[in-house]
Design a protein around this ligand. Sequence first.
Ligand code: PEP
Ligand code: MG
Length: 758
Amino acid sequence: MNADPHIITTPPKLMRAIRSAMAGTESVQERLDHFVRAIRSSMQVEVASIYLLRAGEDLELSATQGLKRSAVHKTRMKPGEGLVGHVALTARPLNLADAPSHPLFSYRPETGEDPFNSFLGVPILRGGRTLGVLVVQSKTSRTFSEEEVEDLLTVAMVLAEIIVDDERVGGKKAALKGIALSPTKPETVTGRAFAPGLARGVAVLHQPPVAPANLLAENIALEEVRLERAIAELRRNVDAMVSGEVAGITRASREIFDAYRTFAYDRKWVGRLREAVHSGLTAEAAVERVRNEHRARLMKVRDPYLRARLHDLEDLANRMLRLLAGEGTERAVPDDAILFARELGPAELLDYDREKLAAVVLEEGTPSSHTSIIARALGLPLVGRAQGVLDKIETGDTVLVDAEDGRVHLRPLETQISGFQLRLNIRGEMTRAYDQLRFRRAVTQDGQEVDLMLNAGLLVDLPQLDQAGADGIGLFRTEFQFMVSDFMPRLQQQTELYRKAIEAAGDRPVTFRTLDLGGDKILPYMDPIPEENPAIGWRAIRIGLDRPGLMRYQLRALVAAGAGRHLRIMFPMVTVVDEFIEAKALFTREIARASKLGLELPAKVEVGVMLETPSLAWQVDAVCDHADFVSVGANDLLQFFFASDRDNARVSDRYDPLSPAALSMMSFIADRCRLNDTPVSVCGEIAGRPLEAMALVALGYHSLSMPVTGIGPVKSAVMALDAEALRDLIVPNLRVTTRLRSLREPIAEFCADNGIPI
Ligand code: PEP
Ligand code: MG
């Protein structure tokens, strides 16, 4: 390689010819004609032809020198058909000395191509999509040299840009209209709804491809130097990310960065970049070309691991292009942006302006990932596991996100849009109706008062207390702060968050749940301990009691935040009563410590227990002797009760919380708590679903804590409910002899008969 910028290396002859073909201001068709002329003369072949993919279907001969001109815009073939179709399908060059003997050779008399033996076809790629095929043929039987293949690939890339330019102006300049360069078809991708809601907006890619400004090198030596510098800088960059020098690294992204490093040091990848520059491209265009080649190949791969690597490579290429351009990464986001990403860290999501975002679509993600949690907290619809969606979407596309049933409609038809808009309007009306109820207490028709509380955990949740008209925070998931931080939150930071939550609630109660880590809630800065069954493994209070340092540290922050206030805390995942007693003793020690230091103590303290293991349901009397209140963590309780993993889509919806078995247990817990005079509430998703919430009220639960989206619908249902009447319907069905699978239908009928909105 010649790395001295002062030595000007002249671009190869073909590149010079191409450059002059590009200099004019002709129509695209004229340019294509120029191209094939330039290729034919500088490569000394008899035929040079361009085939373009029309409307995403057929390849059409769009320009030629050497074949019959009358065949232009007439000869067509399907991708996969003949040699040209084969190149389009495989997205790889095909170099043959004796083309007619190839099994895929198909004879086209109208083109007059029979006397040609040698064939070299290269794909015209852009953004990983095949736009067409560039072909040269000659009478003499020979294999084209590696350099010739490279040159033709380079020309194909330049060609791709010209065609795309044409598309950008609507194909008016040439007869190219109808050539499918970017996807235009409406498509629906099915994923899973990780945060509910509906949204209509425009697609924005979290990591958009960066288009190179200049394609052809003025000075190859200079481009070589630029490329080497960028490679070195990229490697430094990636090394720093992997070693964690860059703040903001999370465990998931570290895995990705490891993959980046593999690529950044991959000799083949770097070798391809160097070859591309050597063939006359700018460093940027070289990155783009190599990216296109990889992309076109990997897009055909089904293996999810390899496909994930494709995106790593994309990201890496984008980074490289930014380095070459010497620019930062900020981007303007339009209104109603629907953000598309493979995976998104919580901090990355929070970097976006919430006001501009309408929804998020991820190729990966899990319902309990931090990003999903934050999306729910922000009321931002999120569809995850939308496989392959990044290959089908382009910035600016219209998108409908249905995060009720996990579907994403790309480039929808007008009819789809109007149907969807109707649903959006209905939702808007319902929201306005719920707003009207904001300042009203949830009291049933038969006079039972129900507290509707919010599940929260982050600062962003707090304004929703007032917006939704919640009666307090029934579950403050303190682990969220730990999960979304890059480092362990310090005492001061913990205290501040808790204090802000108490302040935001005013005189409404806030119940802090101590750290519920482990299981699926893993901290980025802690090495996970691999477990076969993390949900029933070393988690929550089990960690807290085994490593009391962390728990005491948190309790200290809670005591400090509660100074002079009403402090309510509860412990998660208690399985036997002794665990609760032990945890409570740690809290008592923290109170004693604060008192000894002369710190201001909370004005009132209540220590409760979360009932989320079936075993504790059978010790409820015993735990009531020690706990100031009981909060039923129905998410976990039901997953353990039904032995069905709440995060496993195959089983999570298999059992009904409104089954007689589950309702019997819930009824038993409520009854025992009432007899013990211990306040009881339910937190967890079911508390936020109107039907389930009404059943709970009927069974005697007068405090429900739920995600913000549940408060309006539950309030309007509860206010229309005669709880005693529903109780009369449910209780007789809870006999152990019942064969009824679920009470959902009878309860729904009850609602319909009694005009209860659900
Ligand atoms: C529950 O298990 O019901 C609960 C509220 O806790 P989490 O969802 O945080 O496990
Ligand atoms: Mg739980």
